[in-house]
Design a protein around this ligand. Sequence first.
Ligand code: AMP
Length: 403
Amino acid sequence: MKILVINCGSSSLKYKLFDMDKDSVIAEGRVERIGENDGIITHQAVDREKVNKTKPIPEHSVAISECLSLLTDPEVGAIESLNDIKGIGHRVLHGGEYFKQSTLVDDTALDQMEELRDLGPLHMPANILGIRSCMKLMPNTPQVAVFDTAFHSTMPKHAYLYAVPYELYQRYRIRRYGFHGTSHNYIALRVAQLMNRDVKELKIISCHLGNGASLAAIDGGRSVDTSMGFTPLEGLMMGTRSGDIDPSALEYVMDKEDVPMANIINMLNKHSGLYGIAGAGDMRDIVQGVEDQKPMHMLAFDMYEYRIRKYIGAYIAAMNGVDAIAFTAGIGENTPSLRAKICDNLSYFGIAIDHQVNQQRGEFELSTPESKVKVYVIPTDEEIMIAKDTLKLITENNNKSKQ
Ligand code: AMP
């Protein structure tokens, strides 16, 4: 059975077509610069020639049409007809309190997602547009929404509430939601497989360190805390996001610089983090700067590492223990010096890594046999999780309608 996974961002769209019988990707691609005259399309089906082209992509529906016609192209495609696609899984940023798991999309689900627009103004409009475009182009194909927040819906109330007047939660659902849930879920399940243990018996800290970054404390396979909050701005220092900051400092800056809140939030999202300190938001530039002994790059690296380590310590306390720590995403998978510094500074907990092994790429264990805590690098795979959830919901729905 073929399942298409679509990740629709504000100006780009990524897709992967899975053959679920073989658990493999048979085609993938991306459309970038949506809304521009020089949109970029890249596409690759297994054993077929790669496609790179530039053409105007005025809107998301055009991007999706392009992707569907490439998938069915006799020369470079992967399937004969769109009927071969039995379901489409969409990555959706925010499920609010409506969606505690993935869902088949119907009118009610779409209305609820519309209500959540304001909780993710950068991502939700594009996510919803992607779903609506697919529904128009393939009206008979089931669409499934998989939410970045859903995995964290198991957090206990004492972890997800902010200590502000309770009415704000009652009135506006102001609380920690957490993000990267699909990735953290994948990592927890993969750690359990690698340890040959049931995930229900394990305490795991998953470190998703990409351009956006978050940690999750996962106890018995359930997220019990995570560092991102009401929006992805809270928590760790990130590529361009500040992470935690005292809100009073913001009021102070607003007064001094006479700028509105919107500018401050924009600054915290886009001009802060590694970029705000060192003028470079990409960890590769930071690592190079550290090698070249540039003081601000060294400071940014130290701040980035320190914040992660502090959160790991907090989550060990939150779970009263930890069996495994796993690093994933662009920075987590590719920055041995960061992993080394974090783990060496956690030796109090009996964490020990092999520095030679730590230099490897791909999936591996870097903890030594003596280490009390297992440490892994695990490349994340959000798309396979979305494809599996999509298949599961479609199968359940088909079985229900047969009964
Ligand atoms: P992601 O959001 O998971 O795609 O991660 C993107 C980020 O990973 C980039 O902004 C870089 O900071 C970082 N990254 C990617 N490749 C490398 C690498 N080879 N070494 C260090 N950092 C990397």
